[in-house]
Write a protein that binds this ligand. Sequence first.
Ligand SMILES: O=C(O)CCC(=O)C(=O)O
Ligand SMILES: [Fe+2]
Length: 358
Amino acid sequence: MATTTITQEARPARMTVQPSRNNALKVDGTDPKFGDWRDDFVRDGYAVIKGAVPRERADKYADGMFSWLEGFNLGFDRNDLSTVHKDKLPTINEKGMCLQYAVTHEDFAWAIRGEPGVIDVFEKAYDTEDLIVSFDAVNFGFPGRTDIAKNVPWPHQDQDPTKPGFRCLQGLVNLLPNGPKDGGLIVCKGGHLLSEEFHEAMKDEPRIPAWTNEWFGFTDNGMKWLEEKGLEWIKICAEPGDLLLWDSRTPHYNLSSETHQPRFCVYTCYMPVTDASQADLLKKKSALDRWVGTTHWPNARHTGSNVAKRDGADDPHNRFEPVNKPVMNERTFKLTGIPYIVADEAGADAVEASAART
Ligand SMILES: O=C(O)CCC(=O)C(=O)O
Ligand SMILES: [Fe+2]
């Protein structure tokens, strides 16, 4: 079994969920003042937590990511940008995302998910320690790529418009210096609070096709609506180790670098385990067993595959397990959701009831 290959320093006993979430962010105009990043987040729909990961460790993770790319032995060399070419790299899409090759379970990705300064932010946001984390994509954004499609703007929300309200806090840990022209996340400041009004006003606008209901793409008319409301698009700048947060309702996308600076990040999204069903947790466990990914939604409703394509065929360099398997401590193992899986039906009912109470 694949799970037995995960090295764990400690495996906690089955977890019981603590019910209180009284101080969880509501992002509906009723939040108190917190005196920290939460005030920015509630107001603007995004926030930056400086140094959530200490610089030294952020540099180590970036180094691990470069080594992972070089480890395919296809000719990519971090010191020679002329080697940035699809023939010399694993498959990375025009948005910089790498979704296969078990990359989401590499040790660097799990170490980032387990960073105390990152977890702490989500514990505060949801007012609970009982969290699960997404097995989301890793971003290797390189400048000047003409060998793959151009990254044209893809402004979107990551949330079903028919399910309004604050439902998902997205995050990414930035790992390389990221200035105004270095590519990266761009957000429509304050757009989260106008989301319901937007969808009401634009309900007759034809929809951009989406592979999941939890995605909404903005048309030119939609973008015009945001502009007429006076909303501003902000390219977020960050240093290695900074955590960027945004509300899934905040319109956003990413830009490619216009300099010689690559942009690397790992997406980190956590949610209360009580928002996931027992079936979700079992699906999540299966994703981990098979070393596949999820979207940013930690409840694993959608799981991915490790089969990347190269020139239309299965990539002969596909990998189905991480090169460096994660070492999980008690905290990261909890984030897999596995300790919250109850074997018997009575236990499953108890967890569902606890979810309903909160
Ligand atoms: O790469 C980014 O900055 C944003 C990616 C994105 O839209 C997402 O993770 O939902
Ligand atoms: Fe997104």
